[in-house]
Design a protein around this ligand. Structure first.
Ligand code: OSB
Ligand code: MG
Length: 365
């Protein structure tokens, strides 16, 4: 059986990137159940609008109902790494695929009595957590956010930038926190004509510059990387292993932001980790403001040995006053403990999810 729930939660603090602003998020929670009654949960963390990737909540719902759910129903598989083959001929739609992939990994590791992190090959007891700070109305408000999370012990701070909000706010945070690991994320908002901005940012001791140019611009990223001391990090440019191979071949960066959602699930994310490390890149785990289900999957993947940079896996309280899982994900002085109980290691508050869902879908018996 495959069930899905459209659930909306308010953010504790509105978030603005180079492309849009949001104060609440709607994600799709997915529940799969096998013939023996074992269940697993996953999360489709697509934004509502197609500004980060081509997908939307509506497109994910449609894919789930029309293609992905039916492909999974009645299929026989031994290991969650095999489920991707069921929808291999469906191009794209990686956020939608990721939700089902996570649910299958959760269900399988629960029935094996194993924590998901261990099922994936994770070794860490805790992962290093960073925070991602959006564009604020003023530099003063940004500084207040940076002070707060630095004081909470987060291991690095990432700042969203966009033309008109770059060198000045970043310099202000750098002055206030000279020793803090700091990086910037442009979500592809710049063109090569604007590369002078990156020459200036290059002097601020940043750990990396994430996705300066649009997703398809691998050569432009390679040119930029050859001119900078600071590492270029790719996010939106890498949805699959072929794109990762091209990026490594072109030297289009030195760091990969691995998002379980963007890469279509845990199986591909794990393969990207292996491939990137082999190619000499560093990796960390990015986020999409996931609820507790997707966040737990991020914690599990980030426990793999190659995730040596702090990840965007902050505690639930940075995002939501009331998360959909128990216990919520907690960051303790910049470290998120990796659960040791079977599956995701967090229980979904199922009555809550069923009560607040704006729409539900049920496929199969
Ligand atoms: O580019 O990493 C990004 C959130 C929504 C869309 C894109 C991005 C982000 C984040 C949030 O930076 C990271 C998090 O989940 O804390
Ligand atoms: Mg990013």
């Amino acid at each position: 059986m495959v069930e899905a729930f459209r659930v909306s939660l308010p953010l504790v603090h509105a978030f603005q990137t180079s492309s849009h602003r949001k104060s609440h998020l709607e994600h799709i929670l997915v529940r799969v159940q096998d013939a023996d009654g074992e269940a697993g949960w996953g999360e489709i963390a697509s934004p509502s609008d197609p500004y980060y990737s081509p997908e939307t909540v509506d497109s994910c719902w449609l894919m789930l109902e029309r293609y992905l759910g039916p492909a999974l129903l009645g299929a026989v598989w031994d290991h969650p790494a095999d489920v991707g083959a069921l929808w291999a001929k469906i191009r794209g739609h990686r956020f939608a695929k990721a939700g089902l992939d996570i649910a299958c990994w959760d269900m399988w590791s629960r029935s094996a009595g194993m924590p998901l992190a261990r099922a994936l090959g994770g070794e860490r007891k805790a992962i290093a957590a960073g925070v991602s700070l959006g564009i604020e109305p003023t530099v003063t408000e940004l500084l207040a956010q940076a002070d707060r999370y630095a004081a909470e012990g987060y291991r690095r701070i990432k700042l969203k930038i966009a033309p008109g909000w770059d060198v000045e706010p970043v310099r202000a945070v750098r002055r206030a926190h000279p020793d803090l690991a700091l990086h910037v994320d442009a979500n592809g908002a710049y063109t090569e004509e604007q590369r002078e901005v990156f020459a200036e940012l290059d002097r601020l001791g940043l750990t990396m510059i994430e996705q300066p140019y649009p997703p398809g611009a691998l050569s432009a990223h390679a040119h930029l990387q050859s001119r900078l001391e600071t590492a270029v990090c790719l996010d939106e440019s890498v949805d699959d292993l072929d794109q990762l191979d091209s990026a490594i071949e072109l030297c289009a960066g030195r760091v990969l932001n691995i998002k379980v959602s963007r890469m279509g699930g845990l199986t591909t994310a794990r393969a990207a980790h292996d491939r990137a490390i082999e190619g000499g890149w560093r990796v960390w785990c990015g986020g999409m403001h996931e609820f507790g289900v997707g966040r737990a999957a991020n914690v599990a993947i980030a426990s793999l040995p190659g995730f040596t940079l702090p990840s965007d896996v902050s505690g639930s309280d940075k995002y939501y006053a009331h998360d959909v899982v128990e216990p919520p994900v907690r960051a303790i002085f910049g470290g998120v403990p990796v659960p040791t109980t079977p599956g995701l290691g967090h229980e979904v508050d199922e009555p809550l999810v069923r009560r607040i869902a704006a729409a539900t879908l049920r496929l199969g018996e």
